[in-house]
Write a protein that binds this ligand. Structure first.
Ligand code: FAD
Ligand code: NA7
Length: 512
């Protein structure tokens, strides 16, 4: 029997309760201590924290459909079209990988060449899980007496927010306003036929039709993760980059990630940009670029994300935006989330120049609520934020890239310890481990402060969290090297590092 997560979700979704959630809107006569525009990771965290501090709070959340018409529920990007469905699909690939290798571990039930994947089952179960999270968010708001208003927010003045739902308009009075409207995928409108035919990450995780042969355009982490997932699920997948992979990340690591994808079945088309897309008579999509063309079932555009503040009234009110990113400038009066207009704040992806990650939005939202409504003066620290790229070979990091360390401190001041290693997970069955690599960047002079840690390998995301704590505590190279490893794990390779790049010694480690 196949597990269908929807059963659980359906049984806990009585329609009377749903109606009760809707009817709670405007319970305070439209007067609030805090109105949050955007019910994603940051907005919900801020709203719930303020409510816990006894404040009257409203959250407005509205999802404009994607270019292909996909829409979803409360919770924002992470829950609906980001971290959660992405990680579940990444996990599906890992499960498939283990299934195919299971005979080497003595399992007879699965023949390596006899595994097949059902896209519709995965999408249905992922979708049902997401809907249960949507429900959980709504229930949490009602539990905390937060008014959830399913409408678009538009600022009329620094204390008035207009809610817009179809033709309905209401006004809310707010002592404080937090803008947490996030970002949406950028579409390549300039390429003829692209916006009509292509999907983005806003569509992929909800597609009922299986993707088939797919072209992913872009070199961002979203592009590489999506291409990795599609390859892992067995689809003929190409990724097209116009320049470097994973701009902003350590480039040696980014190259390893791409190399691993290429060796494991993703076609990598470099130094190319799509020029024209058209639909053929058989329904497939013909894409042309500089010196070639090919036919695909799906084109996925992942060329970055943009804030959409045009209809929110922020600019009319004098909230300053960054000219290039179009995101809200913070940092006024020494507070990262304070905008140029008094009592208006911005958190999460829409705030210019901060890491675009869920835990960052959540922490910033909570700390802001505490500063606004309790005696706290604790500011968000946007430094040393760890992150993971969930490509087939996971890559996680915290701190400076080697390029940034060199630029800030110079070659003579920094030391890079590194190693290529073989995870035990890659021993049975024997798997290519050429891209399993670790590097630790530190200052050369005592106390040899660690500036950055980079790791590719299985479970990389799980490994880096603890090292991020150590870095925040001022980890030095000596402390790292005097730490006893946990054997046999891949994480222990980090505390065993002895070889410097400067020495030129072969960094391939062998044995225990
Ligand atoms: P969002 O979560 O985007 O929420 C904003 C909400 O506001 C949305 O619901 C939006 O519809 C709504 N809104 C917009 N305008 C208005 C308006 N005028 N009125 C009312 N509502 C409005 N981060 C990680 O940490 N780990 C990951 O593994 C990870 N993977 C990702 C994978 C993908 C494919 C993507 C796209 C993102 C991923 N992220 C990941 C990033 C993460 O999802 C975002 O950083 C996070 O969701 C930002 O939260 P936010 O609150 O700023 O905005
Ligand atoms: P990013 O990091 O802004 O990446 C955008 C990617 O899309 C990047 O590879 C770009 O190539 C590529 N791009 C941009 N425009 C085009 C066009 N016109 N044609 C082809 N390719 C294009 O986006 P993300 O949304 O993934 O990341 C957002 C943040 O999250 C990022 O700052 C990370 O810190 C985490 P380029 O490198 O510019 O040549």
């Amino acid at each position: 029997m196949r597990y269908r997560g929807g059963l659980l979700y359906k049984t806990v979704w009585p329609s009377a309760f749903t109606r009760r959630l809707e009817s709670r809107c405007y319970s305070s006569g439209g007067k609030y201590d805090l109105v949050v525009i955007g019910g994603g990771s940051g907005g919900l965290a801020c709203a719930k924290e303020a409510a816990d501090l006894g404040k009257k709070v409203a959250v407005l959340d509205y999802v404009d459909p994607s270019t292909q018409g996909t829409q979803w529920g409360l919770g924002g990007t992470c829950v609906n079209v980001g971290c959660i469905p992405k990680k579940l699909m990444h996990q599906s690939c890992i499960v498939g990988h283990h299934l195919r290798g299971s005979q080497a571990y003595g399992w007879n039930s699965v023949k390596a060449d006899n595994t097949s994947h059902d896209w519709s089952v995965l999408v249905e179960n992922v979708g049902n899980y997401i809907k249960s999270l949507n429900f959980g968010h709504r229930a949490a708001l009602i539990d905390k007496n937060v008014d959830y208003i399913k409408a678009k927010g538009r600022l009329l003045n620094s204390h008035t927010v207009m809610t817009v739902k179809g033709k309905q308009r209401e006004t809310l009075h707010a002592d404080n306003i937090v803008i947490a409207t996030g970002k949406r995928p950028r579409m390549l409108h300039e390429v003829e036929g692209m916006s009509e035919h292509a999907i983005t990450s806003d569509d992929l995780f909800w597609m009922t039709k299986k993707p088939g042969k797919t072209l992913v355009v872009g070199g961002s982490y979203v592009a590489l993760e999506c291409a990795g997932i599609l390859t892992g699920l067995g689809y003929d997948t190409s990724v097209m980059l116009r320049s470097i992979p994973l701009r902003g990340f350590d480039q040696q690591m980014a190259r390893l990630v791409l190399e691993h994808m290429s060796i494991n079945g993703t076609t990598v088309i470099e130094q190319a940009t799509p020029q024209h897309v058209s639909r053929k008579a058989d329904g497939r999509l013909c894409v042309s670029w500089q010196d070639a063309e090919d036919v695909y079932d799906t084109i996925l555009v992942a060329v970055g994300r943009e804030s959409r503040l045009v209809d929110t009234g922020v600019e009319e009110l004098g909230v300053q935006l960054d000219n290039r990113s179009g995101c809200i400038l913070g940092g006024f009066e020494g507070e990262a989330e304070r905008t140029s207009v008094n009592n208006i704040y911005a958190i999460g992806d829409v705030l210019h120049g901060q890491p675009e990650l869920t835990p960052v939005a959540v922490k910033a939202g909570k700390l802001l609520a505490r500063r606004l409504f309790s005696a706290s003066s604790l500011q968000m620290d946007y430094n040393l934020v760890p992150t993971t790229v969930f490509t087939p070979m996971e890559y996680s990091c915290v701190g400076l890239t080697e390029e940034d360390a060199l630029a800030h401190h110079g070659t003579e001041a920094i030391e890079v310890h590194h190693a290529y290693y073989k995870p035990l997970e890659y021993a049975l069955p024997e798997m290519s481990h050429q891209q399993c690599y670790i590097k630790v960047i530190s200052m050369r002079k005592a106390p040899r402060l660690v500036l950055g840690i980079h790791h590719t390998g299985p479970n990389s995301g799980e490994i880096m969290q603890g090292f991020a704590v150590a870095l925040r505590m001022g980890l030095t190279l000596s402390t790292l090297q005097s730490t006893i490893g946990i054997h046999p794990t891949t994480a222990e390779e980090l505390v065993k590092l002895q070889i410097t790049k400067r020495s030129g010694i072969d960094p391939h480690v062998t044995g225990c």
